[in-house]
Design a protein around this ligand. Structure first.
Ligand code: GRF
Length: 216
């Protein structure tokens, strides 16, 4: 079967990109990365792509007059690579509704919180500050409203008494790295559809075990 053609969009170190690169190295994995796009010329993920022999393109938002022309360039690049699924992986630019709607149901994002809680930035610090017992991370389809859209996969992560934003970020990333390749595989295997604004799976076991913290 033909592999699902991915484009991964990044702005930073690209550890989630690395998780996808590693997954795609398995000949049986049903997706392959056609292109990595960064809006920042200094993004660490660019080196990860070139080390893996994957085409990496810089589309620097600062070189464009406005958001529309920047997004047009992104769109052309995605089209040029016959992208079937766009994976946002630490891509730190807000995307206009027009661009998002062009890729509707073909673009996913990873966010370091249990959405719909803690949209936006500094999720770990805010969760710790609020004293919640659990944080987590979410992979969701992208909609024009930031950090919104049908939820595909989530991990729930207990917050330790001595947690810092840094320790929680490190912990969370290990779950992100497991989830992103798994979520892409679900889509590539044709296991996912969106119905009435929610993700529905064809043939996937959902977790049933609840968590309590502190333990009782
Ligand atoms: C991750 O925490 C992801 O959830 C958020 O941005 C970060 C990207 O990290 N959207 P990396 O560049 O993949 O290491």
């Amino acid at each position: 079967m033909a592999k699902l053609r991915l484009a991964v969009m990044i702005s930073g170190s690209g550890t989630n990109l690395q998780a996808l690169i590693d997954a795609c190295a398995d000949p049986d994995y049903p997706a392959e990365i056609q292109v990595v796009i960064s809006n920042r010329p200094d993004a660490g993920g660019l080196l990860r792509a070139s080390k893996a022999g994957i085409k990496a393109v810089v589309i620097d938002h600062k070189k464009f007059e406005d958001r529309e022309s920047f997004e047009d360039a992104l769109h052309v690049c995605l089209k040029d690579h016959q992208t079937q699924l766009v994976c946002l992986a630490g891509f730190m630019r807000i995307l206009n509704a027009e661009f998002v709607n062009r890729w509707r149901d073909r673009m996913i994002n990873i966010h370091p919180s249990l959405l719909p809680s803690y949209k936006g930035l500094n999720t770990h610090a805010r969760a710790i500050e609020d004293g919640v017992r659990f944080s987590g991370c979410t992979i969701h389809y992208v909609r024009p409203e930031m950090d919104n859209g049908p939820i595909l996969m989530q991990a729930v992560i207990p917050i330790a008494p001595d947690e810092t934003p840094e320790s929680l970020a490190t912990k969370t990333l290990t779950y992100e790295h497991q989830m992103y390749p798994a979520a892409v595989k679900l889509i590539a295997d044709g296991n996912v559809r969106i119905s009435a604004g929610k993700v529905v799976f064809k043939d996937t076991e959902l977790g049933e075990t609840g968590l309590i913290s502190p333990l009782i």
